[in-house]
Design a protein around this ligand. Structure first.
Ligand code: CS2
Ligand code: MG
Length: 402
């Protein structure tokens, strides 16, 4: 099954996406997501200028060998740009293999392990009251698990609080917008949000929260302890995770479950976190951590240490990633939960897909492959528009984590 042609498609239907399309001589094609929010063109160039010339003429069925070729053959290994590019190739090749086998991707992985994929949505508000109302709205929509993010008293805006209700896109400007952060204001406020949420809605629904890389380990330990009475499903990205051993400090002090990994690009970024059981959920994604081939290895390691999957699924991951992730989620034995943010109507038109939401779960159709595609004609109508993720400073102006 020789690879005849490979194309990088950059499009911006309400936000930027990079897609890779691999065509074979026998007429089968596969698509992969190569979107890295705020650095899209770096991945497009890595694919166009460095990987595609080595891909033409290869046998599309040799998924593992191609993965190893681009990982070991680069000399410069790992990192989000490299691993997102490899992921796009990998997902497109798995798409082709499943189409060639005339089966949905989950069948090729080992068949379904569950009837549906439990997902969590994003509820957010400018203040506590609005956030509590938004969580109620998501409960009414049928979600069993809801992430709650709120504006912080005394701070103008913060991570996770959308300007347009129901649609959150952080890459919001042609140059990085700047936000201001105060850890003390955040730590003073946050427990009251979850106290109010539990007092209002009880304990029937899973509640999640994304700290978004903004605490030190001991601050995260304190927050975890403060949140214990509200029994969160997880506290996400509490600390920037370059220092994996730093999570020992959090673990020593709190039983609040810990999730991390959406910014990771390889098994080496989470090896210590998993093998020392410092986390409960691994959030690495199909699009940023080397695709299906590498994610299978991460999930298998996690399974040995009681760590479950909890894949990132924000709107800056295209419906191709969502579709492929849902196939993986349907199969993987140590599944935890899948993030689900609604893409815009326009995005869904450019990326037709075969999954739907119903009463807190996502369900796959029975299309062969991973079931998602790109309408190239429509995509061509929406040229790339540079957009950066914000940067974050402390109140004294010090550069901080966004
Ligand atoms: O958990 C999440 O969904 C967030 O961390 C994302 O919104 C993240 O900020 C964006 O994907 C970054 O592009
Ligand atoms: Mg996150």
């Amino acid at each position: 099954m020789k690879i005849r042609a490979v194309r990088v498609i950059v499009t911006c239907p309400s936000r930027n996406f990079v897609t890779l399309k691999i065509e074979t001589e026998c007429g089968l094609y596969g698509v992969g997501d190569a979107t890295l929010n705020g650095r899209e063109l770096a991945v497009a160039s890595y694919l166009q200028d460095h990987l595609i010339p080595c891909l033409i003429g290869r046998d599309a069925s040799q998924i593992e060998d191609i993965w190893q070729y681009f990982y070991k053959g680069a000399y410069w290994r790992r990192g989000p740009v490299t691993m997102t590019a490899i992921a796009a190739i990998d997902v497109a090749l798995w798409d082709i293999k499943a189409k060639a086998a005339n089966m949905p991707l989950y069948q090729l992985l080992g068949g379904k392990s569950r009837h549906g994929v439990l997902v969590y949505s994003h509820a957010n508000g400018r203040d506590l009251e609005e956030t509590v109302d938004e969580v109620g709205r998501h409960i009414d929509m049928g979600y069993k698990a809801i992430r709650a993010q709120s504006g912080i008293p005394g701070l103008d805006g913060t991570y996770g609080v959308s300007k347009i209700k129901g649609f959150y896109e952080p890459a919001d400007a042609d140059l990085p917008s700047e936000s201001v952060w105060s850890t003390s204001k955040y730590l003073n406020f946050l427990p009251s949000l979850f106290e109010k949420l539990r007092a209002t809605y009880g304990y029937e629904h899973h509640l999640l929260h994304d700290v978004h890389h903004r605490l030190t380990p001991i601050e995260a330990a304190r927050l975890g302890k403060d949140l214990e009475p509200y029994r969160l499903f997880w506290m996400e990205d509490a600390v920037p995770a370059e220092l994996q051993e730093g999570f020992r400090l959090i673990r020593q002090h709190t039983t609040t479950p810990i999730a991390v990994g959406e910014v990771f690009s390889s098994i080496y970024d989470c090896q210590q976190l998993i093998t020392e059981q410092l986390i409960d959920y691994i959030r690495t994604t199909i699009v940023h951590a080397g695709g299906v081939t590498h994610l299978k290895k991460i999930a298998a390691l996690a399974d040995l240490y009681h760590v479950k999957t909890g894949f990132h699924g924000a709107t800056d991951l295209s419906p191709i990633t969502m579709g492929c992730a849902l196939h993986f989620d349907s199969w993987v034995p140590n599944f935890g939960i899948q993030e689900h943010m609604h893409h815009s109507e326009l995005t869904n038109e450019v990326f037709p897909h075969d999954y739907h939401f119903e009463q807190g779960y996502m369900y796959l159709g029975d299309k062969v492959g991973h079931g998602s595609d790109i309408d190239e004609k429509l995509a061509a109508k929406y040229p790339y528009q540079r957009a950066y993720l914000p940067v974050n400073r402390l109140e004294d102006g010090s550069m901080f984590n966004w």
